[in-house]
Design a protein around this ligand. Structure first.
Ligand SMILES: Nc1ncnc2c1ncn2[C@@H]1O[C@H](COP(=O)(O)OP(=O)(O)OP(=O)(O)O)[C@@H](O)[C@H]1O
Ligand SMILES: [Mg+2]
Length: 344
């Protein structure tokens, strides 16, 4: 039987064992015609040193809003509360100038749309060199070119010295995404945040890009926060996974634990929707119903209206903190124990 207890207490700022990134009760609200609505609600999670955490969730679950909050890139109209600690230092409430120092040097970013993010008029080498020189202005042109070639080599681009002189249109979509990873790694950040780095690419190229992410992680030891709507891309790349829905963290755990012992009905539904080779007829993503938009979510579990196990009296109440189902594996489902016995 699963033992349930409140999840571990927050590690203090002076704790030497504090995770690289500790997010607590992060709430992101946007100003809309209907007033302030929460795209992210009381989100808490950690990313450890040399760890890859995947954030998985359907469109609209608040993954990008959370990532933008971490990077301090939300529009001014958004309101952010809670705590984002990086190596024990609070990032929320810092000035733009102070944040710029952290972004890029300590937090690398890879955006989804490589074509839009690259300048068509500049060579690939010049764009990587620019990213390097922003944080290390002392480097001369030769050193910058050498560093750019190293970075292109790191992300698996053949003949990097030659390709430095080419323009974005001379690169395929997958190669451009590799360049984005190289730019994200330009200053050897402590953590790389990749928001849907593979969505625009076809399946074979997606697999190659994830392989590059894994290689970069192994070679450099950077931590990675990988955001995706596809649970299928998580296995083999991430150490831990956080399942988001309706702006909340529904389940967090090691990849194997979440895949083989999912504790939230939403995670189970996502896993059931994955095409599998051991099924003759692949069942494709069909979770009945639609997610409620921010501002129209019921109190309690955001998945209750679509959940086959929901009990309004239990699931409609706000739960104080997630429940620990195993070591380093938490769930927000208040019915986890009953559902386990129902499914047995
Ligand atoms: N500037 C904004 N103003 C108001 N609402 C917004 C704004 N940006 C995002 N939202 C809303 O916040 C919610 C979360 O959006 P977000 O982009 O974080 O989702 P996501 O999980 O990244 O989805 P996707 O997989 O489609 O990228 C959505 O309902 C979205 O409509
Ligand atoms: Mg997004």
């Amino acid at each position: 039987m699963t033992s349930l207890s409140p999840s571990r207490a927050d590690a203090g700022p002076t704790d030497p064992a504090a995770p690289l990134l500790a997010v607590r009760d992060l709430t992101v609200e946007y100003k809309t015609d209907a007033g302030m609505v929460a795209a992210v609600e009381r989100l808490s999670f950690d990313v450890g040193e040399r760890q890859t955490l995947a954030i998985v969730g359907e469109s609209g679950s608040g993954k990008s809003a959370a990532a933008m909050a971490l990077m301090g890139l939300l529009p001014r109209t958004a309101r952010v509360t809670g705590s984002i600690r990086f190596r024990g230092e609070e990032l929320l409430g810092r000035s733009e100038r102070q944040l710029r120092e952290v972004r890029g040097r300590r937090i690398g970013i890879i955006f989804q749309d490589a074509l839009a993010a690259l300048n068509p008029m500049m060579t690939i080498g010049a764009q990587i060199a620019e990213a390097v020189s922003v944080h290390d202005p002392s480097l001369g042109p030769k050193e910058l070119a050498a560093r750019a070639a190293d970075l292109l080599g790191l992300v698996g681009i053949p003949s990097p010295e030659t390709r430095l002189h080419e323009y974005p249109h001379e690169f395929s979509g997958g190669m451009r995404q590799r360049v984005m990873i190289a730019i994200g790694m330009a200053n050897e950040p402590d953590i790389l945040i990749a928001d849907e780095p593979t969505t625009a690419l076809d399946v074979t190229v997606q697999a190659q890009i994830l392989e590059v992410v894994r290689h970069v992680q192994e070679r450099t030891g950077t931590s990675i926060l990988l955001i995706t709507h596809d649970l299928g891309v998580v296995a083999g790349v991430a150490d831990r996974v956080m399942v988001m829905y309706g702006g909340r963290n529904l389940e967090t755990g090691g990849v194997e634990a979440v895949f083989y012992q999912p504790s939230h009905p939403y995670t189970r539904a996502l896993l059931d929707a994955l095409p599998r080779i051991d099924r003759r007829v692949p069942r494709l993503a069909q979770i009945p119903g639609n997610p409620s938009p921010p501002g129209r979510r019921p109190p309690g579990c955001p998945f209750q209206s679509r959940c086959p196990h929901a009990r309004p009296a239990l699931c409609g109440a706000e739960s104080a903190s997630p429940l620990q189902v195993a070591d380093l594996h938490t769930t927000s489902c208040v019915r986890v124990r009953e559902i386990e016995s129902e499914l047995r």
